[in-house]
Design a protein around this ligand. Structure first.
Ligand SMILES: NC(=O)c1ccc[n+]([C@@H]2O[C@H](COP(=O)([O-])OP(=O)(O)OC[C@H]3O[C@@H](n4cnc5c(N)ncnc54)[C@H](OP(=O)(O)O)[C@@H]3O)[C@@H](O)[C@H]2O)c1
Length: 342
Protein backbone atom coordinates (compact mmCIF):
# COMPACT_ATOMS: atom_id res chain seq x y z
CA UNK A 1 0.00 0.00 0.00
CA UNK A 2 1.38 3.43 -0.99
CA UNK A 3 0.05 5.37 1.98
CA UNK A 4 -0.57 3.21 5.00
CA UNK A 5 -3.77 3.87 6.97
CA UNK A 6 -3.07 5.46 10.32
CA UNK A 7 -4.39 3.70 13.37
CA UNK A 8 -4.57 3.93 17.15
CA UNK A 9 -4.79 1.21 19.80
CA UNK A 10 -6.89 1.76 22.93
CA UNK A 11 -6.02 -0.43 25.92
CA UNK A 12 -2.54 -0.81 24.47
CA UNK A 13 -0.87 -2.04 27.68
CA UNK A 14 -3.21 -5.00 28.24
CA UNK A 15 -2.89 -8.59 27.06
CA UNK A 16 -4.82 -7.91 23.86
CA UNK A 17 -3.35 -4.43 23.39
CA UNK A 18 0.17 -5.86 23.35
CA UNK A 19 -0.68 -8.29 20.57
CA UNK A 20 -2.10 -5.41 18.56
CA UNK A 21 1.18 -3.55 18.94
CA UNK A 22 3.29 -6.55 18.05
CA UNK A 23 1.20 -7.37 14.96
CA UNK A 24 0.85 -3.77 13.77
CA UNK A 25 4.54 -2.88 14.10
CA UNK A 26 5.30 -4.29 10.63
CA UNK A 27 1.85 -4.34 9.09
CA UNK A 28 1.82 -3.79 5.32
CA UNK A 29 -1.42 -1.71 5.29
CA UNK A 30 -1.67 -0.07 8.73
CA UNK A 31 0.62 2.37 10.51
CA UNK A 32 0.31 2.55 14.27
CA UNK A 33 0.67 6.19 15.24
CA UNK A 34 -1.12 6.44 18.61
CA UNK A 35 -0.91 4.18 21.66
CA UNK A 36 -3.43 4.95 24.37
CA UNK A 37 -4.13 3.39 27.76
CA UNK A 38 -5.63 4.77 30.98
CA UNK A 39 -5.20 8.51 31.68
CA UNK A 40 -2.42 7.91 34.23
CA UNK A 41 -0.05 6.89 31.40
CA UNK A 42 -0.49 10.00 29.25
CA UNK A 43 2.86 11.36 28.08
CA UNK A 44 4.85 8.42 29.47
CA UNK A 45 7.06 6.34 27.22
CA UNK A 46 5.60 2.94 26.22
CA UNK A 47 8.81 0.99 26.74
CA UNK A 48 9.39 2.60 30.13
CA UNK A 49 5.84 2.29 31.42
CA UNK A 50 4.21 -0.92 30.16
CA UNK A 51 5.04 -4.43 31.43
CA UNK A 52 5.71 -6.37 28.23
CA UNK A 53 4.28 -9.90 28.54
CA UNK A 54 4.52 -11.53 25.13
CA UNK A 55 7.16 -14.12 24.20
CA UNK A 56 8.21 -11.93 21.23
CA UNK A 57 10.38 -8.89 21.98
CA UNK A 58 8.72 -5.47 22.22
CA UNK A 59 9.30 -3.88 18.77
CA UNK A 60 11.72 -0.95 19.04
CA UNK A 61 9.46 1.36 17.03
CA UNK A 62 6.68 0.76 19.57
CA UNK A 63 8.89 1.07 22.65
CA UNK A 64 9.81 4.56 21.48
CA UNK A 65 6.19 5.82 21.33
CA UNK A 66 4.72 7.95 24.10
CA UNK A 67 1.17 7.36 25.35
CA UNK A 68 -1.30 9.77 23.80
CA UNK A 69 -4.33 11.22 25.52
CA UNK A 70 -7.71 9.90 24.44
CA UNK A 71 -8.91 12.95 22.54
CA UNK A 72 -11.16 12.54 19.52
CA UNK A 73 -10.27 15.91 17.99
CA UNK A 74 -6.57 15.17 18.30
CA UNK A 75 -7.03 11.74 16.67
CA UNK A 76 -8.83 13.42 13.77
CA UNK A 77 -6.09 16.05 13.40
CA UNK A 78 -3.51 13.27 13.35
CA UNK A 79 -5.42 11.60 10.46
CA UNK A 80 -6.07 8.46 12.44
CA UNK A 81 -8.82 6.52 10.66
CA UNK A 82 -8.84 3.09 12.31
CA UNK A 83 -9.18 2.59 16.05
CA UNK A 84 -8.48 -0.84 17.47
CA UNK A 85 -10.07 -1.26 20.89
CA UNK A 86 -8.80 -3.55 23.63
CA UNK A 87 -10.71 -1.79 26.38
CA UNK A 88 -12.66 -3.37 29.23
CA UNK A 89 -16.32 -3.64 28.14
CA UNK A 90 -17.66 -1.02 30.57
CA UNK A 91 -15.21 1.61 29.28
CA UNK A 92 -15.67 0.51 25.66
CA UNK A 93 -19.41 1.15 25.84
CA UNK A 94 -19.08 4.94 25.87
CA UNK A 95 -15.77 5.34 24.05
CA UNK A 96 -16.52 3.16 21.02
CA UNK A 97 -19.90 4.81 20.36
CA UNK A 98 -18.24 8.25 20.58
CA UNK A 99 -15.61 7.18 18.07
CA UNK A 100 -18.17 5.70 15.69
CA UNK A 101 -20.24 8.89 15.86
CA UNK A 102 -17.11 10.89 15.08
CA UNK A 103 -16.55 8.87 11.87
CA UNK A 104 -13.84 6.42 12.98
CA UNK A 105 -13.69 2.80 11.84
CA UNK A 106 -13.68 0.93 15.15
CA UNK A 107 -12.56 -2.69 15.46
CA UNK A 108 -13.33 -3.91 18.95
CA UNK A 109 -12.50 -6.83 21.19
CA UNK A 110 -14.91 -5.78 23.89
CA UNK A 111 -18.32 -7.39 24.35
CA UNK A 112 -20.09 -4.02 24.71
CA UNK A 113 -21.62 -3.98 21.20
CA UNK A 114 -21.36 -7.62 20.12
CA UNK A 115 -25.02 -8.41 20.51
CA UNK A 116 -26.43 -5.22 18.95
CA UNK A 117 -28.35 -5.42 15.72
CA UNK A 118 -26.28 -4.20 12.78
CA UNK A 119 -22.98 -4.74 14.64
CA UNK A 120 -21.29 -7.78 13.16
CA UNK A 121 -19.21 -10.24 15.14
CA UNK A 122 -16.97 -10.80 12.16
CA UNK A 123 -14.63 -13.70 11.35
CA UNK A 124 -13.78 -13.26 7.66
CA UNK A 125 -13.37 -16.98 6.92
CA UNK A 126 -16.72 -17.72 8.57
CA UNK A 127 -19.25 -14.92 8.01
CA UNK A 128 -17.79 -12.37 5.59
CA UNK A 129 -21.22 -11.25 4.32
CA UNK A 130 -22.02 -9.90 7.82
CA UNK A 131 -19.51 -7.12 7.09
CA UNK A 132 -22.25 -5.40 5.08
CA UNK A 133 -24.06 -4.61 8.34
CA UNK A 134 -21.84 -1.55 8.69
CA UNK A 135 -23.94 0.07 5.98
CA UNK A 136 -26.90 -0.15 8.36
CA UNK A 137 -24.78 1.69 10.94
CA UNK A 138 -24.55 4.55 8.45
CA UNK A 139 -21.26 3.78 6.67
CA UNK A 140 -19.89 5.39 4.47
CA UNK A 141 -21.40 8.67 5.70
CA UNK A 142 -20.65 7.64 9.30
CA UNK A 143 -18.19 5.49 11.19
CA UNK A 144 -18.93 1.99 12.44
CA UNK A 145 -18.11 -0.65 15.03
CA UNK A 146 -17.09 -4.17 14.00
CA UNK A 147 -16.51 -6.58 16.85
CA UNK A 148 -14.72 -9.85 17.08
CA UNK A 149 -15.93 -12.68 19.22
CA UNK A 150 -14.95 -13.72 22.68
CA UNK A 151 -11.70 -15.71 22.71
CA UNK A 152 -13.31 -19.11 23.30
CA UNK A 153 -15.85 -18.66 20.53
CA UNK A 154 -13.29 -17.59 17.91
CA UNK A 155 -11.53 -20.96 17.70
CA UNK A 156 -14.82 -22.80 17.92
CA UNK A 157 -16.46 -20.82 15.12
CA UNK A 158 -13.50 -21.33 12.79
CA UNK A 159 -13.41 -25.11 13.40
CA UNK A 160 -17.19 -25.48 13.16
CA UNK A 161 -17.78 -23.32 10.07
CA UNK A 162 -16.64 -26.03 7.60
CA UNK A 163 -18.92 -28.53 9.37
CA UNK A 164 -22.05 -26.38 9.09
CA UNK A 165 -23.27 -28.11 5.91
CA UNK A 166 -23.55 -31.37 7.91
CA UNK A 167 -26.14 -29.75 10.19
CA UNK A 168 -24.75 -29.43 13.73
CA UNK A 169 -27.65 -30.59 15.88
CA UNK A 170 -25.98 -30.66 19.27
CA UNK A 171 -22.60 -29.68 20.71
CA UNK A 172 -20.95 -30.30 24.07
CA UNK A 173 -17.78 -28.30 24.62
CA UNK A 174 -15.42 -28.29 27.62
CA UNK A 175 -12.68 -25.68 27.67
CA UNK A 176 -9.23 -25.48 29.24
CA UNK A 177 -8.54 -21.75 29.07
CA UNK A 178 -5.27 -19.87 29.48
CA UNK A 179 -4.85 -17.24 32.18
CA UNK A 180 -3.97 -14.55 29.62
CA UNK A 181 -7.68 -14.69 28.77
CA UNK A 182 -8.34 -12.96 32.07
CA UNK A 183 -6.19 -9.95 31.12
CA UNK A 184 -3.26 -8.46 33.01
CA UNK A 185 -2.63 -8.55 35.95
CA UNK A 186 -5.67 -10.83 35.89
CA UNK A 187 -5.84 -13.75 38.28
CA UNK A 188 -3.72 -13.98 41.39
CA UNK A 189 -1.01 -16.65 41.13
CA UNK A 190 -2.22 -18.03 44.46
CA UNK A 191 -5.64 -18.66 42.96
CA UNK A 192 -4.54 -20.38 39.77
CA UNK A 193 -1.19 -22.09 40.43
CA UNK A 194 -1.52 -25.88 40.81
CA UNK A 195 -5.23 -25.41 40.32
CA UNK A 196 -8.09 -25.19 37.84
CA UNK A 197 -11.04 -22.85 38.26
CA UNK A 198 -14.30 -24.30 36.93
CA UNK A 199 -16.03 -20.96 36.46
CA UNK A 200 -15.35 -18.04 34.12
CA UNK A 201 -17.82 -15.27 34.61
CA UNK A 202 -20.31 -15.04 31.72
CA UNK A 203 -18.18 -17.18 29.41
CA UNK A 204 -20.57 -20.08 28.79
CA UNK A 205 -23.42 -17.73 27.88
CA UNK A 206 -21.12 -15.86 25.48
CA UNK A 207 -20.11 -19.10 23.75
CA UNK A 208 -23.74 -20.03 23.10
CA UNK A 209 -24.87 -16.58 21.98
CA UNK A 210 -21.85 -15.81 19.82
CA UNK A 211 -21.66 -19.21 18.09
CA UNK A 212 -25.32 -18.85 17.17
CA UNK A 213 -24.89 -15.27 15.91
CA UNK A 214 -21.70 -15.88 13.92
CA UNK A 215 -22.55 -19.26 12.45
CA UNK A 216 -26.27 -18.51 12.10
CA UNK A 217 -27.16 -21.89 13.58
CA UNK A 218 -29.64 -22.90 16.23
CA UNK A 219 -27.53 -25.78 17.50
CA UNK A 220 -28.06 -26.89 21.11
CA UNK A 221 -24.78 -25.90 22.78
CA UNK A 222 -23.66 -27.15 26.21
CA UNK A 223 -20.42 -25.43 27.28
CA UNK A 224 -18.33 -25.90 30.43
CA UNK A 225 -15.54 -23.33 30.75
CA UNK A 226 -12.53 -23.87 33.01
CA UNK A 227 -9.44 -21.75 33.62
CA UNK A 228 -6.17 -23.67 33.84
CA UNK A 229 -2.62 -22.53 34.68
CA UNK A 230 -1.16 -22.13 31.19
CA UNK A 231 -0.23 -18.72 29.82
CA UNK A 232 -1.47 -18.78 26.23
CA UNK A 233 -3.90 -20.84 24.16
CA UNK A 234 -7.37 -22.18 24.83
CA UNK A 235 -7.80 -25.93 24.42
CA UNK A 236 -11.39 -27.05 23.80
CA UNK A 237 -12.82 -30.60 23.79
CA UNK A 238 -15.95 -31.09 21.71
CA UNK A 239 -18.60 -33.71 21.05
CA UNK A 240 -20.92 -33.05 18.12
CA UNK A 241 -24.07 -34.67 16.79
CA UNK A 242 -24.87 -34.03 13.13
CA UNK A 243 -28.17 -34.10 11.29
CA UNK A 244 -26.54 -35.73 8.28
CA UNK A 245 -24.93 -39.11 8.00
CA UNK A 246 -21.19 -38.25 7.95
CA UNK A 247 -17.97 -40.07 8.70
CA UNK A 248 -14.53 -38.98 9.94
CA UNK A 249 -13.25 -38.59 6.41
CA UNK A 250 -15.99 -36.06 5.57
CA UNK A 251 -14.97 -33.95 8.56
CA UNK A 252 -11.26 -34.10 7.77
CA UNK A 253 -11.95 -33.19 4.14
CA UNK A 254 -14.18 -30.26 5.16
CA UNK A 255 -11.39 -28.83 7.36
CA UNK A 256 -8.85 -29.37 4.59
CA UNK A 257 -10.94 -27.58 1.96
CA UNK A 258 -11.90 -24.66 4.21
CA UNK A 259 -10.45 -21.27 3.31
CA UNK A 260 -11.19 -17.58 3.14
CA UNK A 261 -13.45 -16.60 0.24
CA UNK A 262 -11.81 -14.16 -2.14
CA UNK A 263 -8.30 -12.70 -2.32
CA UNK A 264 -5.74 -13.33 0.43
CA UNK A 265 -5.43 -10.95 3.40
CA UNK A 266 -2.10 -10.27 5.13
CA UNK A 267 -3.21 -11.81 8.45
CA UNK A 268 -5.32 -14.64 7.03
CA UNK A 269 -3.82 -18.13 7.34
CA UNK A 270 -3.79 -20.10 4.09
CA UNK A 271 -4.97 -23.09 6.13
CA UNK A 272 -7.34 -21.76 8.81
CA UNK A 273 -7.94 -25.21 10.39
CA UNK A 274 -4.99 -27.56 10.56
CA UNK A 275 -5.62 -31.15 11.69
CA UNK A 276 -2.79 -33.08 13.33
CA UNK A 277 -2.63 -36.88 13.43
CA UNK A 278 -0.51 -37.26 16.58
CA UNK A 279 -2.45 -38.88 19.43
CA UNK A 280 -1.66 -35.99 21.79
CA UNK A 281 -2.31 -33.09 19.39
CA UNK A 282 -3.01 -30.19 19.93
CA UNK A 283 -1.41 -28.73 23.07
CA UNK A 284 -1.28 -25.15 24.40
CA UNK A 285 2.50 -25.03 23.87
CA UNK A 286 1.66 -24.70 20.14
CA UNK A 287 -0.26 -21.47 20.71
CA UNK A 288 2.35 -19.34 18.87
CA UNK A 289 2.86 -21.82 16.04
CA UNK A 290 1.24 -21.58 12.61
CA UNK A 291 1.36 -19.08 9.82
CA UNK A 292 0.72 -16.27 10.67
CA UNK A 293 1.67 -17.16 14.26
CA UNK A 294 -1.34 -17.69 16.46
CA UNK A 295 -3.93 -17.33 13.67
CA UNK A 296 -4.41 -20.98 12.77
CA UNK A 297 -6.80 -23.20 14.68
CA UNK A 298 -5.36 -26.65 15.36
CA UNK A 299 -7.64 -29.68 15.60
CA UNK A 300 -6.87 -33.23 16.61
CA UNK A 301 -8.07 -36.53 18.08
CA UNK A 302 -11.10 -36.87 15.80
CA UNK A 303 -13.06 -39.95 16.81
CA UNK A 304 -16.53 -41.41 16.64
CA UNK A 305 -18.58 -42.94 19.41
CA UNK A 306 -22.11 -44.07 18.53
CA UNK A 307 -23.66 -41.13 16.68
CA UNK A 308 -21.34 -38.50 18.17
CA UNK A 309 -18.01 -37.13 16.87
CA UNK A 310 -15.35 -35.94 19.29
CA UNK A 311 -12.29 -33.78 18.70
CA UNK A 312 -10.09 -31.18 20.38
CA UNK A 313 -9.08 -27.76 19.15
CA UNK A 314 -6.51 -25.20 20.17
CA UNK A 315 -6.72 -21.48 19.43
CA UNK A 316 -4.43 -18.69 20.58
CA UNK A 317 -6.85 -16.65 22.68
CA UNK A 318 -5.06 -13.31 22.35
CA UNK A 319 -4.23 -13.63 18.61
CA UNK A 320 -7.00 -15.56 16.78
CA UNK A 321 -9.30 -14.95 19.74
CA UNK A 322 -8.60 -11.23 20.07
CA UNK A 323 -6.16 -8.79 18.42
CA UNK A 324 -5.40 -10.90 15.34
CA UNK A 325 -9.15 -11.31 14.90
CA UNK A 326 -9.62 -7.52 14.85
CA UNK A 327 -6.73 -6.97 12.46
CA UNK A 328 -7.98 -9.53 9.94
CA UNK A 329 -11.42 -7.87 10.23
CA UNK A 330 -9.90 -4.49 9.39
CA UNK A 331 -8.13 -6.06 6.42
CA UNK A 332 -11.38 -7.63 5.19
CA UNK A 333 -13.09 -4.25 5.48
CA UNK A 334 -10.34 -2.47 3.55
CA UNK A 335 -10.35 -5.12 0.84
CA UNK A 336 -14.13 -4.83 0.41
CA UNK A 337 -14.76 -1.10 0.86
CA UNK A 338 -11.44 0.71 0.34
CA UNK A 339 -9.84 -1.48 -2.30
CA UNK A 340 -8.71 1.64 -4.21
CA UNK A 341 -6.17 2.27 -1.41
CA UNK A 342 -4.38 -1.02 -1.99
N1 LIG B 1 -7.46 -11.55 26.97
C1 LIG B 1 -8.17 -12.20 26.05
O1 LIG B 1 -7.87 -13.37 25.72
C2 LIG B 1 -9.35 -11.54 25.37
C3 LIG B 1 -9.89 -12.17 24.26
C4 LIG B 1 -10.97 -11.60 23.60
C5 LIG B 1 -11.49 -10.41 24.05
N2 LIG B 1 -10.96 -9.80 25.15
C6 LIG B 1 -11.53 -8.50 25.55
O2 LIG B 1 -10.59 -7.51 25.15
C7 LIG B 1 -10.59 -6.42 26.07
C8 LIG B 1 -9.18 -6.26 26.64
O3 LIG B 1 -8.80 -7.45 27.31
P1 LIG B 1 -7.37 -7.64 27.99
O4 LIG B 1 -7.32 -9.06 28.39
O5 LIG B 1 -6.31 -7.08 27.12
O6 LIG B 1 -7.51 -6.70 29.30
P2 LIG B 1 -6.36 -6.08 30.22
O7 LIG B 1 -5.12 -6.89 30.10
O8 LIG B 1 -6.98 -5.92 31.56
O9 LIG B 1 -6.08 -4.62 29.59
C9 LIG B 1 -7.00 -3.56 29.74
C10 LIG B 1 -6.48 -2.32 29.03
O10 LIG B 1 -7.46 -1.29 29.15
C11 LIG B 1 -6.85 -0.12 29.74
N3 LIG B 1 -7.83 0.53 30.64
C12 LIG B 1 -8.32 0.04 31.80
N4 LIG B 1 -9.18 0.94 32.34
C13 LIG B 1 -9.20 2.02 31.50
C14 LIG B 1 -9.88 3.27 31.51
N5 LIG B 1 -10.71 3.61 32.52
N6 LIG B 1 -9.66 4.14 30.49
C15 LIG B 1 -8.83 3.80 29.48
N7 LIG B 1 -8.15 2.63 29.41
C16 LIG B 1 -8.33 1.74 30.40
C17 LIG B 1 -5.64 -0.62 30.51
O11 LIG B 1 -4.71 0.44 30.62
P3 LIG B 1 -3.76 0.61 31.92
O12 LIG B 1 -2.71 -0.45 31.83
O13 LIG B 1 -3.18 1.97 31.74
O14 LIG B 1 -4.65 0.48 33.12
C18 LIG B 1 -5.18 -1.75 29.60
O15 LIG B 1 -4.42 -1.20 28.53
C19 LIG B 1 -11.65 -6.76 27.13
O16 LIG B 1 -12.88 -6.18 26.76
C20 LIG B 1 -11.72 -8.29 27.04
O17 LIG B 1 -12.96 -8.80 27.49
C21 LIG B 1 -9.89 -10.33 25.81
Amino acid sequence: MKNKIKCAVLGSTGMVGQVFLQMLAEHPWFKLTRVIASDKREGQNYGGSATWLLPQPLPKSIAALNFAKFDIEELKKADVQIVFSALPADIAKGVEAELRDAGFWVFSNASAYRYENNVPILIPEVNLPSLAQIEKQGFPEKGFIITNSNCTTAGLAVALAPLRPFGIRKMFVSTYQAISGAGYPGLSALDIMENAIPHINGEEGKVIRECQKILEIETEIYPTCVRIPVKFGHLEALWLEFEQNVNEQDILQAWKNFQLDGPALPTAPKVPVLYGDAVDFPQPKLAWHGEPAGMQVFTGRLRRQNNMFGFLLLANNIVRGAAGGSIINAEAFIRQYQGHLL
